[in-house]
Design a protein around this ligand. Structure first.
Ligand SMILES: *Cc1c(COP(=O)(O)O)cnc(C)c1O
Length: 422
């Protein structure tokens, strides 16, 4: 399969770079992308993110800028903000954070002082680096205390969360994470945050699209602040947003600019506006439902093939597989599956006896394949490929991996990805 070169000016000016972009496009077209934090943005989002808005400096906020010439930029940012407020039902939205990690850092700046205690889920349990984990600035500059999931159920241990919160009295409690296959009980976190006097931050980076589409409960009635990336299930450009009630609007805006950042990336703001417009359409609710239906069907097919899934399955877009019973390390499996045209990431599982750089699990998800229009009827085939791929990884059977790659490419050709030129 070849794709037409979509960037004629780039191809003429820098053929070397253009060739790499073309190769990446082909890779994204031909492979089954199962990384749960990735997606395919629409052509409209791609176009909006690649405009002359790139050329403009806009420090400040709409109507309160430090540079002139904001006649159009102000309208674009207001559009993105208004759409975020409408899609998520929030009083305030800031669309300027450069990405999820800086968005979270802005939350620390708004609500804590260096050295303060903050609480989040431990990284190896499924939390995010920026929730106070030691190697992150958030764990170096703040005192991070960490909760986890129960070993027997793989579910968040709310008794532990409450006990820890009441003992440690954190300024901020983060809920949400990067490897959580189950519904997040925002109300339970809110009750604990209230009891312990903490600001509750719902980090919905992974599930924002599911929430926008009504396929996961919303944190809006419960959380003080909502942090999200825009490029995962929400299917926008790489960026982030912070949302809250009006009472926290000033603190958040001040923390993002001038607290942490300079000029906003206006081309990204435009892409976010387009993605939010798409997320407000009925088709997006259908998409969110299908992401979950596909993940549930895939989990069932994997369980039927003897795979061990953390928490026994999934409620959302994500499945965390513990490959210990298959006697194949996560990294070996992930690299073999990559050769088979199935892109996943190796991941720690809760209470993993192995090291983070060589853990026991792999993490998969259905946002990308669902964006291609692939439905539940294909989840048995996907589970089969994973099963055969993991066995081939264990046996060192390269031929089997090559055979899977051809089968995968055939299904991908039948379901072209949005946004790609071919
Ligand atoms: C992805 C993610 C982030 C960080 O986003 P980046 O854009 O990669 O900085 C933060 N929190 C959670 C829960 C995430 O899943």
């Amino acid at each position: 399969m070849t794709l037409p070169l979509p960037h004629p000016a780039l191809a003429a000016a820098d053929p070397e770079l253009a060739a790499l972009v073309g190769a990446e496009e082909l890779l994204q077209a031909e492979t089954l992308r199962l990384i749960p934090s990735e997606n395919y943005v629409s052509r409209a989002v791609l176009e909006a993110s690649g405009t002359v808005l790139q050329n403009k400096y806009s420090e400040g906020y709409a109507g309160r800028r430090y540079y002139e010439g904001q006649q159009n930029i102000d309208q674009i940012e207001r559009l993105a903000v208004d759409r975020a407020k409408a899609v998520f039902g929030v009083e305030h939205a800031n669309v300027q954070p450069y990405s999820g990690s800086p968005a979270n850092l802005a939350v620390y700046l708004a609500f804590a002082e260096p050295g303060d205690t903050v609480m989040g889920m431990a990284l190896p349990m499924g939390g995010h680096l920026t929730h106070g984990w030691g190697v992150s600035a958030t764990g170096k500059w703040f005192r991070g205390v960490q909760y986890g999931v129960r070993q027997d159920t793989g579910l968040i241990d709310f008794d532990q969360v409450r006990e820890l919160a009441l003992a440690e009295r954190p300024k901020i409690i983060f809920c949400g994470g990067t490897a959580l296959p189950r519904t997040i009980d925002f109300a339970a976190f809110a009750e604990i945050a209230r009891e312990s006097g903490a600001v509750l931050v719902a980090d919905i980076a992974h599930i924002a699209g599911l929430i926008a589409g009504g396929a996961h409960p919303s944190p809006v009635p419960h959380a003080d602040v909502i942090s999200t990336t825009t490029h995962k299930t929400l299917r926008g450009p790489r960026g982030a947003m912070l949302m809250s009630r009006e009472e926290h609007a000033k603190a958040i805006d001040k923390a993002v600019f001038p607290g942490l950042q300079g000029g906003p990336h206006n081309q990204t703001t435009a892409g976010i506006a387009v993605a939010l417009h798409e997320a407000a359409q009925p088709a997006f609710a259908e998409y969110a439902r299908s992401v979950v239906a596909n993940a549930r069907a895939l989990a069932d097919e994997l369980l039927a093939r003897g795979f061990d899934l953390v928490s026994g399955g999934t409620d959302n877009h994500l499945i965390l597989m513990d490959l210990t019973p298959k006697e194949v390390p996560g990294k070996v499996a992930a690299k073999a599956l990559d050769r088979a045209g199935i892109v996943v990431n190796y991941n720690t599982v809760p209470y993993d006896p192995r090291k983070p750089f060589d853990p026991s699990g792999i993490r998969i998800g259905t946002p990308s394949l669902t964006s291609r229009g692939i439905g539940t009827e294909h989840m048995a085939a996907v589970a089969d490929w994973i099963d055969r791929g993991v066995r081939a990884a264990g046996a060192g059977d390269e031929q089997a991996l090559t055979a899977i790659r051809a089968e995968v490419a055939e299904l991908m050709a039948a379901y072209p990805a949005p946004g790609l030129s071919g």
